[in-house]
Structure formats: structure tokens, C-alpha cells
Design a protein. Structure first.
Length: 266
């Protein structure tokens, strides 16, 4: 059975605060719903999710109480990607880290997170304090402008293959110098996923991180089990193993949170 680290999933619990984003509020998707949805993966594609990263969405803003509760319910192997303001205190960072948060998210596409002007200061601070890397929901067509900022950060991850064919060469260059790229949200993207996966894996076998993007909020097409099997089908066995498990597990399940072992992208 192929283990999978689900590098991008959302938990939506209406028991915790939700804020409409551009008029949108998602339907509930609790931990039990997530577990039910992935339960069939062993039979359908011969894979089993054994860990993952719960990512904060635009509709969850800076209130991360839902995330702490979700990580407690999901248990070992699951970590969090938090949205925090630039004013976050050291004590708040430490508490979230203790709860299992391992990254800060900047939602440049939909908002709800710290903004572009806060990226350098906040990403550097949480890295130095807790070893959190920075994750970006952005459109690759904007990477011509954003790449100088991103390459100056200690470690970055880009959601959903960068979404667009426009800017894909810049995404490849980021992958070559150490950026992670999430092979997620294939129902959102405007590029050939198979070709994109091959090129990224060839540029840097350690870059790709697979995930479900469940529950696929606002995606034109929701996650399908075959999105994971595509990774296995188009990559070499070694590349697929890294993309489905090793790359994300190595990033998120680290034991040293000091950040001392990693260098800046260059």
C-alpha cells in the first residue's frame, strides 16, 4: 500500500468562526467527513493517507482555534498551516507550534491572511522563531513580480501547481532552487497536469508534494481519487514515492524546528 502525506486539506467546522470571503461561505467539512472521504483510497487507487497538512482558508481569517481543534482530533501525523497577522506574539507562535502548526500561509489570491507587504517580515520571523516555512496561494502569472521576494525567504511552498500555464517557467525556476510545489487542486488549474508534474519532478525531485485539496472549495472540479494515481502514472517510481510521501513528510514532520538545517532559496 502506497502511503500518502496529504499536503493540502481543509477542515471546515461551523462551531468555530467563519468569515465570508467575497460573499462565499463554505459548507461544513469536519474531521469525520474528511476521514470518510479518504477511506476508499486503498481500494480505488491502492493508496492510504497516513498524515497531512490542514491548511487555513480565506474564510477562516486569523482565528486558528478551529485548526488547533482539528489537529487534536486528527492526531499524530497531521500538522497545520496557519494564517497569523504580522502582529502575532511570540507566545502565540509558540502555542500554535506546540499544537502542531508547521507553516504560515499567505493567501495572495483570495485574501484573509497577512498581505504581500508583510510577507518578508512575518515569514522571516516565524522561521527564526519556530522553523515555519511560508506557503503561498498565488497565480504563477504573478511570479515575474513575486520571484525576487520569494527567493529571499528561507523556504517556500506554492499551492496547486501555481494554477496557470502563464508563469510556469518562473515556477520551474523556483522549484530548481528549492521551492516546494503542491500537486493539489488539479480541478483548479489552467495547465496540463501530467506535463507539469513531469517537468517539476525533473527540475527538482524533492519539490512536488501531493494532496487532496479536500473539500475542494470553489474548485470547478472537486478532487478525484485519480488525481493521486496520475502522480504515480506519469512519474518514475522514485519520483512518485517522493511526491506522494517523502517530500512532504520531510518538510512537515521534521523534529528540529529551529530552521538551522535549511538555507535560503538562491
Amino acid at each position: 500500500m502506497q502511503p500518502v502525506f496529504d499536503a493540502h486539506l481543509h477542515i471546515i467546522d461551523p462551531a468555530f468562526p467563519l468569515t465570508a470571503n467575497d460573499g462565499y461561505l463554505p459548507d461544513p467539512f469536519a474531521v469525520a467527513d474528511y476521514r470518510q472521504r479518504i477511506a476508499g483510497l486503498p481500494d480505488s487507487v491502492g493508496m492510504e493517507v497516513t498524515g497531512g497538512a490542514v491548511v487555513s482558508g480565506s474564510f477562516q481569517g486569523f482565528d486558528q482555534t478551529y485548526l488547533v481543534a482539528a489537529l487534536e482530533a486528527l492526531g499524530p501525523g497531521f500538522v497545520g498551516v496557519a494564517q497569523v497577522p504580522v502582529s502575532v506574539t511570540d507566545a502565540q507562535i509558540d502555542a500554535l507550534d506546540a499544537a502542531g502548526v508547521r507553516a504560515v500561509r499567505f493567501n495572495l489570491r483570495r485574501g484573509g491572511s497577512a498581505g504581500i507587504d508583510d510577507v518578508e517580515q512575518l515569514a522571516t520571523r516565524v522561521w527564526e522563531r519556530a522553523g515555519w516555512h511560508a506557503e503561498f496561494y498565488l497565480d504563477a502569472r504573478d511570479l515575474g513580480e513575486l520571484s525576487p521576494l520569494l527567493t529571499g525567504l528561507p523556504q517556500v511552498s506554492i499551492d496547486h501547481l501555481g494554477l496557470s500555464q502563464a508563469g510556469f517557467p518562473q515556477l520551474l525556476r523556483l522549484a530548481e532552487v528549492g521551492a516546494k510545489v503542491k500537486a493539489t487542486g488539479l480541478g483548479r488549474i489552467d495547465l496540463d497536469p501530467a506535463e507539469a508534474l513531469r517537468q517539476i519532478a525533473e527540475a527538482n525531485p524533492q519539490a512536488l508534494m501531493a494532496g487532496t485539496d479536500l473539500p475542494s472549495t470553489r474548485a470547478p472540479r472537486p478532487f478525484a481519487d485519480e488525481d493521486l494515481s496520475l502522480i504515480r502514472d506519469v512519474l518514475t517510481a522514485e519520483q512518485a514515492q517522493a511526491a506522494l510521501w517523502g517530500n512532504a513528510a520531510g518538510l512537515y514532520l521534521r523534529t528540529d524546528h529551529s530552521g538551522a538545517a535549511s538555507s535560503e532559496l538562491s
